[in-house]
Design a binder for this molecule. Sequence first.
Ligand code: ATP
Ligand SMILES: Nc1nc2c(ncn2[C@@H]2O[C@H](COP(=O)(O)O)[C@@H](O)[C@H]2O)c(=O)[nH]1
Length: 207
Amino acid sequence: MDRTGLLIILSSPSGAGKTTLARRLIDWDPTLAFSVSATTRPPRPGEVHGRHYHFTTREDFAQQAGDAQMLEHAEVFGNLYGTPRAPVEAAMQAGRDTLFDVDWQGGQQIRASALGGHVVSIFILPPSLAELERRLISRRQDAPQVIAARMSKSRDEISHWAEYDYVLINDDLDTSFQQLVAILTAERLRRERQKGLGTFVKALMEG
Ligand SMILES: Nc1ncnc2c1ncn2[C@@H]1O[C@H](COP(=O)(O)OP(=O)(O)OP(=O)(O)O)[C@@H](O)[C@H]1O
Ligand SMILES: Nc1nc2c(ncn2[C@@H]2O[C@H](COP(=O)(O)O)[C@@H](O)[C@H]2O)c(=O)[nH]1
């Protein structure tokens, strides 16, 4: 059935599991597009330019944001992050759903944009702050002071949980993944999103 692509926003405090869940969702449905953000953060070991992020300078970032090439942008943990607009619009027009891993500021801006009617937003909570810290440490990607800074902002991020359509507690990863699949499946089936439904039902009744 023909439909416009959804914008599926995942937000959480750093380390709660957005990236892990987004990757599993894309493995489950490879037609999902992942919105590759631009950032001024330096790459972590193993991160690939153009796949995980578009790594850029503050000057380039400011120019893109000034030219309205970003759907949203924000400063997070002292670095700039933003969503390039063109790939999102192209995916939507092609009927492909796009996944976003953005903070609460990005979530607010995308919801308030002209594309806001196509947003499905999901907030991911950790089972506890102690487990959140354990995950950030066990990821082995950030220096102890970076982890401390992210933990110190975790309550700020969590305070935005009620702005989201859905809230998951990511305790058991398989359960969270199944819950995400359930959300996506139900949202795709919403009556108003299935463009050809009226025509289909008319033909069904005449048949
Ligand atoms: N349900 C879970 N149980 C145990 N470990 C988990 C679970 N979900 C994610 N993790 C682990 O926690 C760590 C952080 O996960 P991830 O990188 O996906 O978080 P994130 O929300 O994307 O963080 P950031 O906002 O910093 O990008 C990873 O090592 C991941 O394997
Ligand atoms: N507003 C936006 N936030 C973004 C974007 N891309 C990522 N993020 C958020 O930044 C933090 C840190 O990410 P990390 O990769 O450095 O761990 C995390 O909360 C992401 O959700 C974006 O384009 N816009």
